[in-house]
Ligand binder design. Structure first.
Ligand SMILES: [Zn+2]
Ligand SMILES: [Zn+2]
Length: 102
């Protein structure tokens, strides 16, 4: 999958990843495989800037988190878009910064 679009909430972001697995992947003993072509699902690094809902524009804490970004090497190839941002309410952002929610 390509990186989820910018400015999602944490819930929206998680939902995009969860939906991808639900729609495209099937669990195996060692990981996941593609439902369509059965290739082993690969992961690359997704860079997510943590922004705050306090501001209209993309501004925040200067915090960047890494997440695994799954993709099928056969159907999709390596994702071209590997960075995005999530916009967190201050309380969520605090949790994230403390590493409780990551
Ligand atoms: Zn942003
Ligand atoms: Zn595939």
């Amino acid at each position: 999958m390509e990186a989820p679009r910018e400015r999602l909430t944490l819930q929206g972001f998680n939902a995009e990843i969860t939906n991808y697995f639900a729609e495209h992947c099937e669990k195996t003993e060692s990981g996941y495989k593609c439902k369509k072509c059965e290739a082993v699902i690969q992961q690359t690094t997704l860079w997510v800037s943590i922004h705050t809902t306090l501001f209209e524009e993309c501004a925040g804490y200067g915090e960047v988190k890494r997440f695994p970004l799954p993709y099928c090497p056969r159907c999709e190839g390596e994702p071209k878009k590997i960075s995005t941002c999530v916009h967190l309410a201050p309380s969520e952002a605090e949790l994230q910064l403390l590493g409780i929610n990551s």
